[in-house]
Design a protein around this ligand. Sequence first.
Ligand code: CO8
Length: 268
Amino acid sequence: APEDEFHVNYLDGDRKGIVVLSMRRFKARNAMGRNIIQRFIDGCQQIKHDNSISVVILRSEVPNVFCAGADLKERAEMNNKEVGEFVQKLRGSVTELANLPMPTIAAIDGFALGGGLEISLGCDMRVAASNAKIGLIETSLGLIPGAGGTQRLCRVVGPSLAKELIFTSRRLDGFEARDLGVVNHAVQQNDAGDAAYQRSLELAEEILPNAPIALRMGKLAINRGIEVDLDSGLKYEEAYYAQIIPTKDRLEGLQAFKEKRKPKYQGH
Ligand code: CO8
């Protein structure tokens, strides 16, 4: 069923507070067609106001593929107006993901090409497995990255490296991508083909004990701050810091320190 192309899974037990977004359009290697894009947007909207979520992992359940990019078959059937709307929707899905208030991690266990890499650039952090093939290959298709790639890759690795990667259409494996800073961590692929997802879970578990509102304010301060000069950025930090002062979790943090115990944050 089309709704099966994208799942929102709330983990429980020790992992309560982690949500996993799963792309699972098996036949088309998670190519972003109209349906999966809509499910993707719906999934982000479903979780964005949920303060019980501390961290989100975006993964693929399709073996060996994170996402093959825009659906080139659907696209070939469209007239110019429809292509325009389609591209706008794909851009919108990455914007929805990037605007999620909580920390997000992309688990790249295989190909992440073109729009596939652009989607992962909508996450705060990326983890790749050794078998990943990561690249903004659009110029080899007569295009440029159209779902944020020219802007977001620059902000991750700086303009001269982003230019080299876009001009050459180079495909990086997980370790190469890690060495260049395109992804935060790289791991050897395992037999199950989910090593990047497993490493992403570890990273999520490291984030999980921390206060959800503090995570959200930290993300906002960084995201807003990198777009402006330092003085304005420091003002953002001050403003988001002020929003934390009245929270119960801040008092819980102080209390736990005093009592030499682990804090138990509630997200308010
Ligand atoms: N679109 C549509 N169908 C696709 C796509 C795609 N991007 N990728 C794979 N498929 C389909 C194949 O056609 C095939 O279908 P069928 O079984 O009917 O023949 C099926 O998925 C399986 O594909 P393969 O047999 O090729 O599977 P492999 O596991 O051997 O290879 C790969 C997987 C490496 C991912 C390979 O399929 C591939 O290279 N795909 C194309 C990748 C690509 O070029 N992506 C870039 C797309 S362009 C882009 O994303 C630019 C976006 C710009 C932003 C848009 C504006 C917002």
